[in-house]
Design a protein around this ligand. Sequence first.
Ligand code: FES
Length: 239
Amino acid sequence: RTILLEVARYRPGEDDKPVFQEYDVPLMPDWAVLDGLNYIKDQLDGSLSFRWSCRMGVCGSCGMNVNGEPRLTCGTFLTEYGEGPVRIEPLKGFPVIRDLVVDIDDFLAKLSSVRPWLVREGEELPLTTEYAQTPAQLEAYKQYSMCINCLLCYSACPVYVLDPDFLGPAAIALAQRYNLDSRDMGDRFDVLNLDDSVWGCVFVGDCTRVCPKHVDPAEAIQRYKVTAALRSVLPWSRR
Ligand code: FES
């Protein structure tokens, strides 16, 4: 048995517009969509471009739109789609570099803007202190630390697709990952308390629905709205 994959092909600067190319690939019970793409690359058409690395839902590089839904292609089985066809496109909302490869520079700049690391003040390197945390302190941010930067949430977000200046789900969730860490001394209020940041979210919730790691960016955003509102009346309230 085989299944038909309709794969978006596009080379900006060379092609007028994206087209779909059809490939029949074996429908194996243990094959993910990524296995189908690798079969095409290895056996049918070596010119197809797409990203992947770990094949186990960890690196976050294999995100694509599969039949209109942002999915990790290494974690999406071909058998989910019955007899097919399966339409595979690049993640919506990002410029296409080639075929299924998108440009993620915009996300990387936004991510840097929230300082996604532990901010400490008044310490000299090398650090000699151990900062132990209780299970409750770990639990406070653990959910957000599961993000693998796969960008499925951006592709699903109607605000980001319409307004590229929107800071976006993963960057805000990762800001909260550090805001809620008992070891962090940073203040991300100026980046988060903006119309193009948490206040731009209209709480559709598709970011949370498509997240393969159950990070729940929609919850992170609504939660920071409460923090930001409290700070407007209680300026000393930080988190
Ligand atoms: Fe790494 Fe899919 S290949 S998450």
